[in-house]
Design a protein around this ligand. Structure first.
Ligand SMILES: Cc1ncc(COP(=O)(O)O)c(C=O)c1O
Length: 423
């Protein structure tokens, strides 16, 4: 809220008459004057707004991607032990050594990428901070950042806040008979321009569940090399894969190690979205720039949770197999319930969301449909338009998250039956 004390120095500079002569409403009406133009170009998160609505209507929250079940006992214990043994002060600003070492080891073991934990890792407050710190570190005003759409809703605002302009490339949904989300090579090529600084690649992808294959990644690689562009990859769903899909880090392709920033975090792989620990892995010069931005944004991520993060990354391989298998069961539980109710589902190959087509319900828009679903049926989803630049492109889509307990999904399936009989 703007107070009279807040406005007085500005008033003095501009010779504006004393605020006390104006009614308060006028002072507030003028407060837009105090806002950055940048914030005019994006709205608050729709996903987080849907969570607030889910609470308001006591709805099953299939909107926001956070698990409603427990995190692994061993990592909770590691966090408690770290606090108990007084790891309670600032960690090294770019991350606790134990966690950086575990990140480097995991990248080597899983992707064969050699990482120097001293020079190539920045631990941040979630991959969310890692993404914006990276964009702030690499973008100049007028740069462009290529983003596939539908997109995870942070990328547009992140690009804008860092002075860049997002340029969107469509991911096209599969045919009703099945298949993958695809993109057009020419459209992607066309998006690479003189001012292109970076491309953001989120694989496995939210919201589509697409897992980019080697051929697609090689095309992205070729364009990055040809146009001297960086790749910023969001690999937060790396371990959540179905139907034999393989996760390939772009950094592992020939020619990409020196031009890729790989972003990941604890939130999804270890069911700890509230811990706020993520990281960026990049070549040393870019790492240095990200470290500087990160230092002044947040100083550091929570110290005891970084120690617990090191324990998490050292969990045995069967932890990841079980994680993916549990999510596969949940996917295969939710999709038939949605299909029975009339949704057309785009079957995800990774991550824990299902995008759906809602045309069968004959609602004018996804926003109206989502409002109806949360209020009348008691299920929160995310309107598809929040994943597109032009709302009309997502006007017949909504997204459901299935990172929930089986009983939560049972309850959603029960409520979905009501939807069918209503229409
Ligand atoms: C693609 C993607 N990236 C990043 C995040 C946020 O991750 P973090 O909790 O590490 O900030 C999410 C959360 O839903 C996501 O879907």
């Amino acid at each position: 809220m703007v107070s009279l004390t807040d406005v007085s120095p500005l008033r003095a500079r501009r010779n504006i008459p004393c605020a006390s002569l104006f009614p308060m409403t006028q002072v507030f009406a003028r407060s837009k004057h105090f806002l950055s133009d940048k914030v005019e170009h994006f709205t608050e998160s729709v996903i987080r707004e849907m969570t607030r609505q889910a609470m308001q209507y006591n709805a099953v929250n299939l909107a926001q991607g956070f698990p409603d079940f427990s995190a692994p006992a061993e990592i909770k214990r590691a966090a408690q032990e770290a606090i108990e043994s007084d790891v309670n002060q600032y960690a090294i600003t770019w991350g606790a050594k134990s966690l950086r070492t575990a990140i480097a080891k995991q990248m080597q073991d899983r992707q064969g990428i050699e990482v120097d934990p001293e020079k190539e890792v920045v631990v941040c407050c979630g991959s969310t901070e890692a993404m914006i710190a990276t964009l702030l570190a690499v973008c100049n005003a007028g740069d462009e950042v290529v983003v596939f759409e539908p997109f995870y809703e942070n990328y547009g605002p992140d690009a804008i806040l860092s002075g860049a302009k997002p340029r969107y490339v469509s991911l096209r949904p599969p045919q009703p008979s099945g298949g993958e989300w695809t993109f057009d090579e020419q459209e992607l090529r066309h998006a690479f321009q003189r001012h292109t600084k970076a491309i953001i690649v989120n694989t496995p992808n939210n919201p589509t569940g697409k897992v980019f294959n080697r051929k697609e990644l090689e095309l992205i690689r070729d364009l990055c090399v040809e146009y001297n562009v960086l790749a910023i990859t969001d690999e937060i769903y790396e371990h959540i894969l179905y139907d034999g899909s393989e996760h390939i880090s772009l950094a592992r392709l020939d020619g990409m190690r020196d031009r890729t920033i790989t972003i990941n975090g604890l939130s999804k792989s270890y069911s700890v979205t509230g811990w706020r620990v993520g990281w960026a892995v990049a070549p040393p010069a870019i790492t240095n720039a990200i470290r500087k931005v990160h230092d002044f944004l947040t100083v550091g991520a929570p110290a005891p949770l970084q120690e617990a993060g090191a324990a998490a990354l050292n969990l045995p391989a069967n932890y990841y197999r079980e994680l993916a298998e549990r999510y596969r069961t949940r996917r295969d539980h939710l999709i038939p319930a949605l299909e029975k109710a009339g949704f057309r589902c785009y079957r995800p190959r990774g991550a824990y969301y299902v995008m759906t087509d809602i045309s069968a319900f004959a609602f004018a828009s996804d926003v109206e449909f989502a409002a109806y679903l949360v209020k009348e049926i008691g299920i929160a989803c995310v309107p598809g338009s929040s994943f597109y630049k032009h709302p009309k492109d997502g006007a017949q889509q909504v997204r459901f998250a299935f990172c929930k307990k089986p009983e939560t999904l049972d309850e959603a399936a029960r409520r979905l039956q009501k939807l069918k009989t209503h229409l």
